[in-house]
Write a protein that binds this ligand. Structure first.
Ligand code: CP
Ligand code: NVA
Length: 308
């Protein structure tokens, strides 16, 4: 049994196998209707709990559809509907759910809640986003880059904006997949020191470059995300906007990257804030391939977790 809790907690060979499996599964069902079952039905007889303590469009729909395509069933639960949100411990919730379902995907707040759930569950647990990381997203992003441009190893990736949960998983991926990552954002919104240390220890130290034009120069991939994440207090909104405005990804900034560079954003986006529509809908953008690849990457993650 394998949990998928974070990219830095997963063996690089397993990460590579997951990406390759995702690609193969995507190719195998090309052109078929979304609801068509995969031929091998690897999740036949399995039921998967999808728990959301925060809103979601992509994670919710892609996991649900992915399980159905593989022949399994889903239960979508929101934290507020569960006893978890009303005093039952995470450990007891993990023990009970493990008696009913074969796999648990959870989107929650603190990383420690995810780790506690995994510690006490006797079925695999998948991280569907915490305040600190978003590994499923970055697996889809690596898959998307490689689909368009070949191996990501050794390529230059630049992040513009908040050093948030999605960035932390990208930093973990830099270490595990071996690409060069530059962070460009204000010092007050610097990334998690542990994520930076992980990449450094893996021989891929993350470059911190405060000037966005310098940071993006020569990049193969430019990535950004919302300036205010779900766990951030709305009272910080104006301050964050003022600090992050110089890091907006617009056509002028993208012109500094390589001519064949890609642009990614995990979505949901606030158009004309962190990125302009001209970039999001422009020739470098692969944002909707990224969204689609959540489905394929997560199907491969679920198979890996269950060994099916
Ligand atoms: N990118 C992503 O995780 O989107 P949702 O919040 O809609 O799931
Ligand atoms: N950083 C964002 C990602 C949303 C998918 C958030 O946590 O709200």
């Amino acid at each position: 049994m394998n949990h998928f809790l974070d990219i830095h907690r997963t063996d690089p060979a397993d990460l590579r196998a997951i990406i390759d499996d995702a690609r193969a599964m995507k190719d195998a069902r090309a052109g078929r209707p979304k609801g068509a079952k995969d031929d091998d039905q690897p999740l036949g007889g399995h039921v998967v709990a999808l728990i959301f303590e925060k809103p979601s469009t992509r994670t919710r729909v892609s996991f649900d559809v992915g399980v159905r395509q593989m022949g399994g069933e889903t239960l979508v639960l929101t934290g507020s509907e569960m006893q978890l949100g009303h005093g039952e411990t995470i450990a007891d919730t993990a023990r009970v759910l493990s008696r009913y379902v074969d796999l648990i995907m959870i989107r929650t707040f603190d990383q420690d809640a995810l780790l506690e759930l995994a510690e006490h569950a006797t079925v695999p647990v998948i991280n569907g986003l915490t305040n600190q990381s978003h590994p499923c997203q970055i697996m889809a992003d690596v898959m998307t880059f490689e689909e368009h441009r070949g191996p990501i190893a050794g390529r230059k990736v630049t992040w513009c904006g908040d050093g948030n949960n999605v960035f932390a998983s990208l930093a973990h991926a830099a270490g595990q997949f071996g690409f060069d990552l530059t962070f460009s954002g204000p010092e007050t919104l610097d990334p998690d020191a542990k994520a930076l240390a992980f990449a450094r220890d893996k021989g891929r130290p993350i470059i911190i470059e405060r000037d966005p034009e310098t940071a993006v120069t020569g990049a193969d991939l430019v990535v950004t995300d919302t300036w205010v994440s779900m766990h951030d207090s709305q009272t910080t909104r104006e301050r964050r906007h003022n600090q992050l405005r110089p890091y907006q990804v617009n056509e002028r900034l993208m012109s500094k990257a390589k001519p064949d560079s890609l642009f990614m954003h995990c979505l949901p986006a606030h158009r004309e804030e962190e990125a302009t529509s001209a970039v999001m809908d422009g020739p470098h953008s692969v944002i909707f391939d990224e969204a689609e690849n959540r489905l394929h990457a997560q199907k491969a993650i679920m198979r890996w977790c269950l060994g099916v």
